[in-house]
Design a protein around this ligand. Structure first.
Ligand SMILES: [Zn+2]
Length: 245
C-alpha cells in the first residue's frame, strides 16, 4: 500500500518527509521535556508525528525520522488504507459517490457538476483544493441546518465551527458554541441533520437524559436509533476519505 502513495502535503504545521523514496506527511512537535525522539502514526489524521527534545535541531530530528522507514511500513501495514483526494478517486458527498477529476486547464476553484467534482491548477495543490471545497460546503450546510433547527427548538447558538475531531461528529459547549466534523458533508443529509438535532438539543439539556432524548426526537425528522446505527456503520469509511496514508 505505501508504494502507491507518493503525494506531498503542505497543510497546517506538517510537512513531507522523504522515506524510502516516498514523501510522508509528518508533523513536528518540539517538546521542552522530551528526552528522546518519538515517532507515532496518527491514524485518525493520516500523518506521522515526531516528538523531539526542543534543544535538538529540526534537521537532526528529521534525519533520524528518515531512517525509520521500516518501522513506518510495518505500522501502515496494520491499518486500513486511506482514500486520498486524487484524480480518478471516488469519494462520498452527501452520501453519493462522486468522481474526482483533475485537468490542469480547468478553473482552480473546484466545481461540482453532477457526479463529478473537478478542478485544475497545479497537480500538487489538488488534494488541498478538494478538502477546502468540502470544508466550505460543510460549514455552509451545517450553519444553515443549525439555524433552522435552533429556531425550531427556540434556542440560540452562539457560533458554529467546523473541525476534524476523530472521536466525535459534534460537540456543544455550555456557552452555546457548537463544533462539527467537516466529514458530515460526506454522509447522507439525514445523518447530518440528526447530528445537528442532537447538538441543538444540548442547548437545552447538557446530558443525555429522557428530556434530552424527547427533544432530540422532536427535532429530528426520522428515527434517532436508525440514524445513530447508520452513522456508526459508515463512520470508518468517512474517516478514511481524504486521509493521505
Ligand atoms: Zn450528546
Amino acid at each position: 500500500m505505501p508504494a502507491t502513495w507518493n503525494g506531498t502535503l503542505s497543510t497546517g504545521r506538517s510537512e513531507p518527509l522523504s522515506l524510502a523514496g516516498l514523501a510522508w506527511p509528518i508533523e513536528l512537535r518540539p517538546h521542552p521535556s522530551a528526552r528522546a525522539m518519538r515517532l507515532r502514526l496518527d491514524e485518525g489524521r493520516g500523518l506521522l508525528t515526531l516528538t523531539y527534545p526542543r534543544r535538538m535541531s529540526r534537521r537532526a530530528a528529521l534525519d533520524w525520522a528518515a531512517k525509520q522507514g521500516d518501522w513506518v511500513e510495518q505500522q501502515l501495514a496494520r491499518i486500513e488504507p486511506g482514500e486520498p483526494f486524487e484524480p480518478g478517486a471516488t469519494i462520498l458527498f452527501e452520501g453519493r459517490p462522486i468522481l474526482l477529476r483533475w485537468s490542469e486547464q480547468l478553473p482552480r476553484t473546484p466545481q461540482l457538476m453532477g457526479d463529478v467534482l473537478q478542478c485544475g491548477g497545479p497537480a500538487d495543490a489538488f488534494a488541498g483544493r478538494i478538502e477546502r471545497f468540502l470544508r466550505a460546503r460543510a460549514r455552509e450546510r451545517l450553519s444553515d441546518e443549525t439555524s433552522r433547527i435552533a429556531a425550531q427548538a427556540g434556542v440560540t447558538v452562539r457560533s458554529v465551527a467546523i473541525g476534524d475531531a476523530s472521536s466525535r461528529w459534534g460537540s456543544c459547549s455550555s456557552s452555546g458554541s457548537i463544533r462539527y466534523s467537516w466529514r458530515l458533508i460526506l454522509a447522507p443529509p439525514h445523518l447530518l441533520r440528526w447530528v445537528v438535532a442532537h447538538e441543538v438539543a444540548h442547548r437545552v439539556h447538557m446530558d443525555h437524559g429522557p428530556a434530552f432524548r424527547a427533544l432530540e426526537a422532536r427535532l429530528y425528522d426520522g428515527s434517532v436509533r436508525a440514524a445513530r446505527a447508520e452513522l456508526r456503520a459508515l463512520g470508518p469509511r468517512l474517516k478514511r476519505i481524504g486521509r493521505r496514508l
